[in-house]
Design a protein around this ligand. Structure first.
Ligand code: BG6
Length: 519
């Protein structure tokens, strides 16, 4: 086997980074199970490379790829370089990529092979001086988690790996029960404060900004409650279909894939109380309280409050696309939902009576994630008949692809009359900061290396989020939809989704003409 000598690195001559503090990470060893897989090649290695190129990594770090494929250290480094060239072409510089790849090593072996863990342990002890910051990243299908965790359990007795951390990707279980079992298995080996459950939405700059916006200004927080807010809408729309993930999606469906995690995280950030301080556990404590306060959607209220959909064939930006049942590795009679909308209530002091409308789906007309807060209409029609033109004020926190915050207000239309007119005040991230946000994985990886759990899901939070969606999934599974496919690709979902709001006298935000959500 071609094995490189123990690596010794000289510090990269780095200019100072944008924020000095961020470059101060401890030496680390990251072991990526699935190191040659899709997630690693597309996201993890590019993110580490960019951090390296930006001088945010210490001189002393190693990345081990682990996998079944028989790479050597040398051929793995070639794979790393090729992946960077393919997936971050704009940032790719051959010399920097070579320097980065020199930190990468590979250990082949199936994850059920006990000797893999012993070899790994011996290699780390030989290759690295680092004993205190070892991270295991499980970029593998969920079915492999138990054998890897049990393999690690044995090596943890290897003194080099004490205090190591584990990073896992969603799905965290298939329901509350399996999430609990997964947590128990992880906790058997790692303390909760060494388990990093990645929800990449939490690494997005615009998502992190929600708490800064809410608690860094005194303007909005006094209004942030049932007295001034009419309703909240959370949209996570995707124009993409399911790509080559038919097998995965058939097992998962939209609620497990996006609602149980990303959307409920957004909900908690919008709805939570101010935390005691800006510290991981305090923030996560407040999120849990939100999940506990969500009024359960159960059998009797299911039809009134939830809508499911599945896309049929259609056109997106003029291009014909197949329906879900025509996708690769999807049953021709599939009952899997690709669209979800619902109305939730948070039964606590702040939010009593305020509906939170949520919608998400594949093959909608555009990619758009946004949180929209609609304020109440003014109490009096002061401007006579022209008052009918008054729009309710609204705040748009746009998560992607536009990264911006916009406030919709009424002003006087210039001229002799007294006509109110809606205008929009906008803060665009690129205009304000002159830089585009960094990919979520960069922030999340740096935080795992530094040991900051703030942007990661905690065990009780994950289980509580399952508690919200489990009854919906169970109800639907027991009642196959007779009307699938019930929306055309390239439209905003089934008609029932519009009716969900219309019966409350409201409507979804219309992104095509940027209108607020009121009929
Ligand atoms: C993933 C889901 O977690 O998030 C995908 O599995 C989805 O189905 C993706 O497309 C959306 O992420 P983003 O960052 O593109 O909004």
């Amino acid at each position: 086997m071609n094995r490189a000598k123990s690596p010794h690195f000289r510090a990269r001559p780095c200019r100072s980074t944008m924020s000095g503090a961020e470059s101060e990470t401890e030496p680390f060893v990251m072991i990526i199970f699935g190191g040659a897989g899709d997630l690693s090649r597309r996201k993890l290695l590019p993110a580490l490379y960019h951090l390296f190129a930006d001088c945010r990594l210490p001189a002393d770090f190693l990345v081990y790829g682990i996998g079944r494929r028989p790479y050597t250290d040398r051929s793995y480094r070639e794979l790393v370089s090729e992946s960077l060239k393919a997936f971050v072409p704009d940032l790719y510089k051959a010399k920097t990529a070579r320097e980065f790849a020199a930190h990468c090593l590979y250990e082949p072996g199936p994850s059920n092979d006990e000797t893999l863990y012993q070899r790994l342990c011996a290699r780390i002890q030989k290759d690295s001086k680092t004993r205190s910051n070892v991270l295991f990243y499980l970029a593998v299908p969920p079915a492999l988690l138990p054998q890897i965790v049990s393999g690690l359990k044995k090596v943890l007795f290897c003194h080099a790996l004490e205090n190591s951390k584990i990073i896992i990707e969603k799905p965290f279980g298939q329901d509350r029960k399996t999430a609990h079992q997964l947590n128990a298995m992880l906790l058997d080996v790692f303390d909760e404060n060494r388990i990093y459950r990645i929800d990449h939405y939490l690494g997005k700059e615009t998502v992190q900004n929600i708490l800064f916006f809410r608690f860094g200004n005194s303007i909005f927080e006094p209004l942030w409650n049932h007295k001034y807010i009419d309703h909240v809408q959370i949209t996570v729309a995707e124009d993409l279909g399911i790509g080559h993930r038919g097998d995965f999606y058939e097992q998962t469906g939209v609620v497990r894939d996006l609602v149980q995690n990303h959307i409920l995280q957004l909900l908690s950030l919008v709805a939570m109380e101010p935390p005691v301080g800006f510290e991981g556990n305090w923030i996560r404590d407040e999120k849990i309280k939100v999940y506990r306060s969500v009024r359960p959607v159960t059998g009797k209220t299911m039809d009134k409050n939830t809508v499911r959909g599945q896309y049929g064939p259609g056109r997106i930006r003029g291009i014909s696309v197949p329906g879900y049942r025509g996708e690769d590795r999807v049953s021709r009679h599939s009952n899997t939902p690709t669209f979800f909308a619902c109305r939730l209530f948070i039964d606590n002091w702040r939010w009593a009576g305020v509906p939170f409308y949520i919608r998400t789906g594949k093959r909608l007309p555009m990619q758009k994630s946004e949180i929209y807060i609609q304020f109440n209409q003014p109490p009096l029609k002061l401007f006579g008949p022209d008052s009918n033109a008054l729009e309710p004020g609204g705040l748009m926190l746009s998560i992607q692809p536009e990264e911006e915050i916009a406030l919709r207000l009424n002003v006087k239309y210039p001229g002799m009359g007294n006509r109110p007119h809606p205008v929009t005040m906008e803060l665009n991230y690129t205009d304000a900061f002159g830089t585009v946000s960094r990919p979520a994985y960069e922030r999340l990886l740096i935080d795992t290396i530094k040991g900051d759990l703030t942007l990661f899901a905690r065990m009780d939070g994950v289980e509580a989020m399952w508690g919200i969606v489990d009854p919906i999934i169970t109800w639907w599974d027991a009642r196959p939809a007779g009307d699938f496919p019930n929306y055309r690709a390239g439209t905003w979902g089934p008609e029932k989704s519009d009716r969900l709001l219309q019966k409350d006298g409201r409507m979804w935000r219309n992104f095509e003409n940027d209108q607020p959500g009121v009929t």
